[in-house]
Every structure is written in structure tokens, then in C-alpha cells.
Design a protein around this ligand. Sequence first.
Ligand code: ATP
Ligand code: MG
Length: 356
Amino acid sequence: MTLSLPLGSTIGIIGGGQLGRMLSVAASRLGFQCHIFEPGAEPPAGQVAQRVTTAAYDDESALRAFGNAVDLITYEFENIPTAALDLLQDLAPIHPGREALRVSQDRLTEKTFLQQLGLKTAPFADITDAASLEMALAEIGTPSILKTRRFGYDGKGQARITAPEDAAQALADMQGAPSILEGFVDFSHEVSVIAARGLDGAVAAFDPGENVHSDGILRTTTVPARLSASQRTDAVLIAAQVANALNYVGVLGVELFVTPGGLIVNEIAPRVHNSGHWTQNGCAVDQFEQHIRAITGWPLGDGQRHADVVMENLIGDDMERVPDLAKTPDCALHLYGKAETKPGRKMGHVNHVKRA
Ligand code: ATP
Ligand code: MG
């Protein structure tokens, strides 16, 4: 078999959080080296990668040195400044490509793209000021959610509007950032599909997982998800359609709302995804290895699930449960090596594996 990226090559990973850490471990297992680029000090990925550059995303000389030191570039988060990508793209191939980032960095662009593919989304409108919000509320109604177009994660940058009187406060919460109003989707539950597309255009998907959030943060993912056979097929086809339309290379996550009228796409993440962590103990090739396989030109794993899994995030003080979890049978711990425990901070996760 010829693999397109020679073993021993160096993969540059932008972002040094837990996703970058688990990508590094997977890359190492396949015989690659990793070099992390991360502005923050002591990144979790730095503990397991061969090299770390600590520099800001506007530090051109650091970016240039990083780009020259690596054979291929990937990333663990989508909010990379465009200027940094402009500089890096001349130095090494970047997978997933620019189009995936352009589309997913901005909720308005993303929802417009999904609609153009014929996929269902929540009703939405571009909000620039109080007048556009008033008009949008007249059309979309309440309950609805005002979200910043960019830089949102874990439910940050969002304000619920339960009645028109909430509008002014919600707008103030956006702190002047360009925003989008979304109609509230009355879903029965949330699921996500983690799919991969290879350099050759092959697509593979993992079984959809069912996600439970609280305070805007993912708490658990359960596989199998509660879906009919046709909903399961629809979910996987949606992810494949998105990946093909973006000429995507790598792993992506597609978040879906399940409603009586069908599946509604919430958002897409052009990277490995928290709701795919169950694959580490439920599949022969997990999402992290799958991503490395996709971007380096290896054949994709087939996504087959060999066990039922409940993935539970360990957030903040949940870390106090680690000694007990360590004693629990069929329970795989994945800790991120973060120095400081903070409320709302993802410190690790645990996969509860159900034997077949
Ligand atoms: P994450 O980083 O966890 O993906 P995020 O900050 O990108 O979160 P969203 O995925 O847009 O934000 O929203 C977080 C959660 O809020 C969703 O998973 C869902 O539970 C709820 N939510 C968001 N938008 C809607 C909507 N239009 N209708 C109903 N619920 C919604
Ligand atoms: Mg989300």
C-alpha cells in the first residue's frame, strides 16, 4: 500500500486543547510527529506532541517558522484568523480546506449554505441593530435565540428571547457583535453525526450519537441514538452531502435536531467533535485516528461500532469523581492534563462501555 504522507512526517496542529491532544496521540500511534501552534501557555496537547510553538495568531514570523517546519497542517478549532491561514497556505497543505472554515466560522454563512443544499435549518435572520431585530421577531416570533455570528462555543454568545420585551436585553448581550436570530426548534432530542471524507473523496460515518446538553455545554453522548432506520440513514446522508459540497478532507461533526417533521441541521464543526469521543472505546478506528487517516491519505476506517457507549464529559468539579470512576468496570477515562479545574471547563471525559 502506498500512503501519501511518508511515515515520520510532521503534522502541524493549530490549537493545543484536548482535541489537539487526542489528535496528537492518534497521529503518534500511526508513526507521525506533531507540532502544535497555540497562543496559550502550557497547552494540553503540548504534553504529548513532539513540538509546541507558543505564539499569537498574528505573529507572522512564528507562523512562518511553523509552516516551514511541518508537512501538513490541520486544526482543532475553526476560529483561526483568515490572515494566519493566508500566510500558512503557501507553506503547507491545510486540511480541511478554506471553504469549510469560511462556511463554519459564521453562523449566517453556515445556515445560508445549508439551506442552499436543500437542508432544513431553524428559521433565521441577519441582525445588525434594534430595527432589524424587531422586524425579524415579527417574522420568526418567540421563543427564539439571538446568537453572535462568530466565535460562539459551548452556548456562549447566545441569548434566549421568550417574549418581545426581552429583545433589548438580548441585543445588549451581543455587545455590538453581528448576530443572527434563530427560531427556537421544538426538538424531541439532539443527535450528531461524525463523518470523514478522505483525500480520494471516500466517505465514512460513525453511528449517530444522542447528545444531552445543560447550560449550553455537552454533558453526555449515547450510542446508539434513538432514531428510526430511515432517520439514521438521513442523518448520515446529510453529513455526506455537507462533506461533498465542501470538498472536505478530514473529520466533521454535524449537529442535528430531531423533530416530528424530520431532521433539522443545527450546525457543522469542521473538526473532530466532543460528541465523537465515544468512538475511542466503541470503534476500532476512532474519530481522531480517522481524521489523521483522512488528511494523510490513508484509507478510512469503516466506522463500525463494536459496543454501546455512554460518553460523559467531566466538567469542573466532576474531576472529584475520578477515583470512583477509576474503580468502575468498563469505564474508560480520558483526562486532558489541564492544570487548573474551573467551573464549566472540560477536564476530561469517560466512556462507559456496555459489553455486547
Ligand atoms: P457547541 O459548542 O456546544 O456546539 P455552540 O455555542 O456552537 O455550542 P449551538 O450548538 O448553536 O451553540 O447551541 C448550543 C445548544 O443550544 C444546542 O445544542 C441546543 O441544545 C440549543 N440550541 C441552539 N440553537 C437552538 C435552536 N435554534 N432551537 C433550539 N435549541 C437550540
Ligand atoms: Mg453546537
